[in-house]
Design a protein around this ligand. Structure first.
Ligand code: CU
Length: 153
């Protein structure tokens, strides 16, 4: 009996030691899994998107319906790509037309009146990546009644 007892008392500390060790192993595994989950969801939540906005046919007389969707809501880091689906030359110029007191025209983005980014004809695109939150009004320099808004959240 004495021999069996000493075997049990000798086994208990080893068992506890193993339990502590394996608990630590499980915890560190959990942390590893938790970290992976965090990185994974972080990537999903912040995966940058390209959001398309159409300059619709007949845009020059359509006011705030010239761009679709309008307003467009995107996340920080997303890119808005405007596509000219009209037969006329348009611009996508940040700010407000001077007729409504806009002083910051083209400060944030501007497809412009010339150059490779200009939306001179159907099928041409212009892109801008928004790296700050805010509300960004824009308009067409050639038809200042064409107004739109990008909301970055
Ligand atoms: Cu226009």
């Amino acid at each position: 009996m004495e021999r069996t007892w000493s075997l049990v008392t000798g086994t208990v500390p080893i068992f506890i030691a193993l339990l502590v060790l394996s608990t630590e192993t499980i915890l560190s595994l959990g942390n590893m899994i938790g970290l992976d989950t965090y990185v994974y969801t972080h990537h999903i939540a912040f995966a940058a998107q390209v959001v398309k906005v159409s300059i619709v046919p007949g845009a020059s007389t359509l006011g705030d319906k010239a761009f679709s969707p309008n307003p467009v809501t995107v996340k920080v880091g997303d890119t808005v790509m405007w596509i000219n689906n009209d037969n006329q030359f348009h611009t996508v110029t940040s700010g407000s037309p001077s007729s409504t007191g806009g002083a910051a025209a083209g400060k944030v983005f501007d497809s412009g009146l010339s150059g490779p980014n200009a939306l001179t004809m159907k099928g041409k695109t212009f892109s801008h990546t928004f790296n700050e939150k805010g509300v960004f009004p824009y308009y067409c320099q050639l038809h200042p009644t064409m107004i739109g808004k990008v909301i970055v959240t």
